[in-house]
Ligand binder design. Structure first.
Ligand SMILES: [Ca+2]
Length: 358
């Protein structure tokens, strides 16, 4: 018995020593509700603050506020949301912002396009190239993530507006969808329902908070918030119905059942379901060299769970999850990798962090 215990003790110790531990270095503090960031090829970051500011950060310092951003409807979950560089940014300097526009009676997720003048800290030729239709009178569930695909098309995740969840199944509404357009905001003729619903790429989403295109696997991943339970990751393919609110593993916040169905013919079940909810906020598919454990895997920031989730897969199938950074006790809002393979995080408490190996 004594030898058996010693054996177990030794095994536990060796596992502890072998596992890689991660922590984070604070680069910048004092950000005001940061939502998203984009790594600039010249070094530094563009960071959005939900109240409407676009900040330029370099050398661990806020260099200034970029002028020329759109006027945002700042309420609830709305305001200035994502920032994304055009795939040919180094040639054309174009950036894209998602934001909520309008007022309490009628507001909508919109996309703003502009040319970044970094030396002048201003946006030039800015224009709103798209806004979700119809408008709504709730300040929540915008979705709002932008991702460019290899063909140069722009994907936009649009939330269901909370009170309008039935719209997620209707082709005559852009709520609860992933939308696809060109880099000027025009619908693309090869979209799956172009004749009847030009912009729609997929149906049946609730509040998709992450959206990414991975060039290596030529795949698109998203995640979205369920209600109480039913957070999910999906692999996004054109023309697919992802089920909300007909199919969900979540319940209403009251505890009432939303749907009797967890599967339904013609609707795609989640690639990964989180019940109970972890409130995922952002996600990358890591393609750098610096963190070997993360290569080719998904990293998900979480709000409710206050941790970084590694979601491992093999041949496109989910295999395992691991949890990191719980000791920070931070609501993690955003994650990005830079060209060198470094990983950066945003927190709701207003910090820009860099991931480190302990
Ligand atoms: Ca679903």
């Amino acid at each position: 018995m004594r030898y058996l215990l010693m054996g177990i003790f030794g095994w536990v110790c060796s596992v502890h020593v072998m596992a890689t531990e991660y922590s984070a270095t604070v680069l910048v503090e004092g950000l005001n509700a940061p939502w998203a960031m984009a790594s600039l090829p010249s070094g530094g970051w563009l960071v959005t603050e939900r109240s409407g500011q676009l900040l330029y950060i370099k050398d661990n310092t806020i260099q200034g506020r970029v002028a020329g951003t759109p006027e945002v409807y700042f309420a609830g979950q709305g305001g200035l949301l994502d920032v994304s560089l055009h795939p040919a940014f180094e040639n054309n300097g174009l950036i894209y912002l998602s934001y909520s526009q309008g007022n309490a009676d009628s507001n909508a997720l919109a996309v703003f396009k502009a040319r970044l003048n970094l030396s002048g800290l201003t946006l030039e030729d800015g224009q709103t190239i798209f806004s979700v239709s119809p408008g709504k009178d709730t300040p929540v569930h915008y979705g709002g993530r932008i991702a460019f695909m290899a063909d140069g098309s722009l994907l936009l995740s649009s939330g269901d507006g909370f009170d309008y969840r039935e719209s997620a199944q209707r082709k005559d509404a852009q709520l609860g969808k992933i939308l696809r357009m060109d880099d000027s905001g025009r619908a693309l003729p090869d979209n799956p329902w172009f004749a009847e619903a030009k912009y729609l790429w997929t149906l049946g989403h609730r509040n998709p908070q992450a959206l990414l295109f991975d060039a290596v696997s030529n795949s698109v991943f998203s995640h979205e918030h369920g209600p109480a339970g039913g957070d999910e990751i999906n692999i996004i393919k054109a023309g697919v119905n992802y089920g909300w609110p007909v199919v969900t593993n979540g319940k209403d916040y009251s505890g009432a059942s939303i749907s009797p169905f967890t599967t339904y013919p013609g609707m795609q079940s989640p690639w990964l379901d989180w019940t109970p909810s972890i409130a995922p906020s952002d996600m990358i598919l890591y393609r750098g060299q610096q963190f070997t454990e993360f290569q080719g895997q998904l990293l998900v920031t979480t709000l409710k769970s206050r941790e970084l989730r590694l979601v491992e897969m093999s041949d496109g199938q989910f295999t395992a999850q691991k949890r990191f950074l719980s000791h920070l006790n931070e609501r993690l809002r955003g994650i990005e990798q830079d060209a060198a393979g470094n990983i950066f995080l945003l927190t709701d408490s207003g910090k820009l962090l860099q991931l480190t190996i302990d």
